[in-house]
Ligand binder design. Structure first.
Ligand SMILES: [Fe+2]
Length: 134
């Protein structure tokens, strides 16, 4: 499995870091399943797992933001909303029994690049803010 998570993505907030690691673990499993030509059921299960872990992670971050009156809450929340909307759109494209390679590549890029960008650009700021509060 390719190493997707790296220390530079750590916020040093255990709960959030562990959720991020879990998300990248599932992304890795998704990539393996794709390259090993696993069934559409397995692929769909992994995408569902990604959705669940993403939702849990966003919820946790939003709880911290609300609890500590994070000044950039609206901006951060909007970034989560956009992400979730895109995930829900992906869902509609994998309802049948077939999924194209192009679609799999798109989903992989969406999650891996999307998360790296979100964590380093948006969560990083939150981590800084929470650092002396948790
Ligand atoms: Fe976030």
């Amino acid at each position: 499995m390719m190493q997707l998570f790296s220390d530079r993505l750590l916020l040093n907030i255990d709960k959030i870091d562990n959720q991020h690691k879990m998300i990248f673990e599932v992304i890795g499993k998704f990539q393996d399943a794709c390259s090993e030509g696993r069934s559409i059921e397995i692929i769909r299960e992994l995408i569902d797992a990604l959705k669940t872990h993403t939702k849990d992670n966003f919820k946790q971050e939003e709880e911290y933001m609300t609890k500590y009156n994070y000044p950039e809450y609206d901006k951060h929340k909007e970034s989560h909303n956009i992400f979730m909307r895109k995930i829900n759109l992906l869902d509609n494209t994998i309802t049948g029994n077939h999924i194209s390679l192009a679609k799999l590549v798109e989903i992989n890029e969406f999650f891996s690049e999307g998360f790296v960008t979100h964590i380093s650009e948006v969560d990083g700021k939150l981590g800084e803010f929470l650092k002396d509060k948790l």
